[in-house]
Design a protein around this ligand. Structure first.
Ligand code: IMP
Length: 437
């Protein structure tokens, strides 16, 4: 059985949680490999709704082993709360949830700095989730980070925190005029957290590779989306990790040759939270969906999401940046009942048509979308159970997306529940035996 990557093809919030939840029925191992609790996956199972930020959504299936791998940033306070919330709802974590010693730890000074840096940026503020993600990854790059392995070793943690706090307190007081952080206060609280988390720490990268070598089905659960990638996203309005498929390989310590299918999750329209370009954005008067009915509020921050028509220029680029093998289209039902639906097929800038993204955010802000308009479908798709039952215009809309993205659609989601999903292609399939050495 193969290694499967699931990534968001837009700016996050594509509905990955539900797709991952469905695929997890066939996976034995589920891995989070980048980001932290800036992510938010909502999974609805029967009457129950689960909101997960850090723990892989695979945890909701009792047969899985779940991993928080090296490329992630872990806020112990949030993780422990999430663990307690799941335990209270009867989900067993002992022997199923594993944290890499190489993952970096988010401390209170990261959260404070996240806000202070945003404030100091004025117009250039990113609109971060305020969870300390950027400052934690910045410390990682500056070799000022504290990793889970150090954190759970009392002696090492006490020593490293002392020297790191000297730098952080200098930054807080001299650069931002903020009060310094008290070392003993942090130690008192965080040593307790370390004790709680220590039994969950193991060599995740080794375990995941071993599982792949044994032929187990491993699902790599992407967080955020392609255009929030720090390297290939719409910089500077991005997160601070590599969110594309390659980033998941690095973050999980797995070579790209171990991946058999990369599935891109993409909404039937586009949304974005936070600042930055969104070429197909519609203004108040033209909004084609009801934010409440469409559930277009951020899972992590509760912010109202900005919305726009489907952008095929962006989608095509996402296919390339991730090497996507197929697409899962989500929230098709939200477009039910519209007279017309639009797809952006190119951009206009400086009087010229372009079919790719300008690399500068300043230029990207200026592009005007060029639309194709298609007739809508005046039928309810939420009860549809097969491709053939979809309204003809909905099928044509999806087929057009396949052509424009040069990628087949393997799943279509028509409602938040598990069973409101059309499976057009089985993603988990046994692969040819690898040659063993
Ligand atoms: P940060 O990740 O908190 O630093 O935020 C950087 C940008 O990424 C902001 O525009 C956030 O709104 C956005 N962002 C981060 N995580 C997510 C996510 O899971 N979904 C959607 N947007 C996100």
């Amino acid at each position: 059985m193969p290694g499967i990557i699931v990534v968001g093809a837009q700016w996050g919030d594509e509905g990955k949680g539900k797709v991952i939840d469905i695929l997890t029925t066939q996976a034995q191992h589920v891995v989070r490999a980048q980001g932290g609790n800036n992510a938010g996956h909502t999974v609805i199972i029967g009457e129950e709704e689960y909101k997960l930020h850090l723990i892989p959504s695979g945890i909701l299936h009792s047969h899985t082993q779940c991993y928080i791998a090296a490329g992630t940033v872990v806020d112990p306070e949030v993780l422990i709360q999430e663990m307690q919330g799941l335990s209270a709802r009867g989900i067993i974590l002992k022997g199923r949830l594993w944290i890499s010693p190489a993952a970096h730890v988010i401390f209170p000074y990261h959260r404070i700095l996240d806000h202070l840096i945003e404030e100091s940026k004025g117009d250039r503020a990113i609109g971060t989730t305020g969870r300390g993600i950027g400052p934690c990854y910045a410390d990682k790059a500056q070799r000022l980070g504290i990793r889970v392995g150090e954190f759970i070793d009392k002696e090492v943690f006490t020593r490293v925190l002392k020297s790191v706090l000297q730098v952080k307190n200098y930054e807080l007081t001299h650069m931002y005029g903020a009060p310094p952080m008290d070392e003993s206060e942090i130690l008192e609280k965080y040593l307790k957290y370390a004790e709680i988390l220590a039994p969950f720490v193991c060599d995740v990268e080794d375990s995941v590779n071993e599982a792949l070598e044994k032929g187990a089905a491993v699902l790599f659960e992407g967080a955020q989306g392609t255009f929030l990638d720090i390297t290939t996203g719409t910089y500077p309005f991005v997160t601070s990790a590599n969110t594309v498929a390659g980033g998941l390989c690095v973050g999980a310590g797995v070579g790209p040759t171990r991946i058999d299918h990369t599935l891109g999750v993409i909404k039937a329209y586009t949304t974005r939270v936070g600042n930055g370009p969104l070429p197909t954005e519609v203004t108040e008067g033209d909004i084609f969906l009801d934010h409440h009915r469409a559930r277009e509020y951020g899972t992590t921050t509760g912010r109202k999401r900005r919305i726009g028509w489907f952008d095929a220029v962006l989608a095509r680029r996402a296919v390339r940046l991730n090497g996507m093998d197929s697409l899962a289209i989500t929230k098709l039902d939200i477009l039910d009942g519209l007279d017309q639906v639009k797809i952006c097929t190119g951009y206009q800038i400086h009087g010229k048509r372009i079919e790719t993204l300008p690399s500068l955010a300043e230029e990207f802000e200026k592009v005007l979308p060029i639309y194709e308009t298609h007739p809508g479908w005046n039928e309810d798709t939420t009860e549809v159970t097969s491709w053939d039952e979809l309204p003809e215009n909905a099928r044509k809309y999806l087929e057009r997306i396949e052509v424009l993205c040069k990628t087949p659609i393997s799943m279509v989601s028509v409602g938040p529940e598990r069973d409101r999903t059309l499976i057009l292609q089985q993603i988990f399939q046994p692969r040819n035996q690898r040659v063993s050495c």
